[in-house]
Design a protein around this ligand. Structure first.
Ligand SMILES: [Zn+2]
Length: 171
């Protein structure tokens, strides 16, 4: 019983610390500006088999550095069907940062990364094949925010998906 209480306490401290970590935010495509993505494409529909677009696409030249937007831990680095070469980073506030369509990955699973550190190269892998090279960037909450839900298509998922554009613009 005592061991359980202590482990609950430790877990509690880890959760609070994770939430309190400062969020240093970098533009995830080197040299990109707010002109390199279209703010209206977050939750744009129809969007292929996903229904709505749960992130933003930041365009740039093939092979440009893709960097971590935040300090965090790489929790996945690999290839999946839609996303192609993807890197997933667990960052401050228990938010998951998802980087897709990379040309190549420059990090590996369970590697700690800092904001601005190169994690891959910009590309068109996965279902972006043949399209102009871009980074698909999504931010997901692990702790849902029910007040963010609305009546749009799949609007309940807004409890989980943050608008990365607003995040990058500091809104
Ligand atoms: Zn996208």
């Amino acid at each position: 019983m005592k061991a359980l209480k202590i482990s609950m306490l430790v877990l509690g401290i880890i959760i609070v610390l994770g939430y309190l970590l400062p969020e240093r935010i970098s533009m995830p495509v080197k040299g990109a500006t707010s002109a390199d993505w279209n703010q209206d494409t977050f939750w744009y529909e129809p969007w292929g088999s996903s229904g709505v677009h749960k992130g933003i696409d930041i365009f740039g030249h093939q092979g440009v550095d893709v960097v971590s937007a935040v300090d965090g831990l790489v929790v996945f680095s690999g290839t999946i069907a839609k996303g192609g070469q993807v890197v997933v980073i667990l960052g401050p506030k228990w938010r998951i940062h998802y980087y897709a369509h990379l040309d190549s990955r420059k990090t590996s699973m369970f590697e700690p990364v800092t904001s601005g550190e190169t994690i891959g190269k910009l590309g068109d892998s996965g279902n972006a094949k043949g399209k102009p090279p871009h980074l698909h960037y999504s931010i997901l909450r692990m702790i849902p925010a029910p007040w963010a839900m609305d009546s749009s298509t799949q609007g309940y998922k807004k409890a989980f998906y943050l608008d990365p554009g607003a995040f990058l613009l500091g809104q």
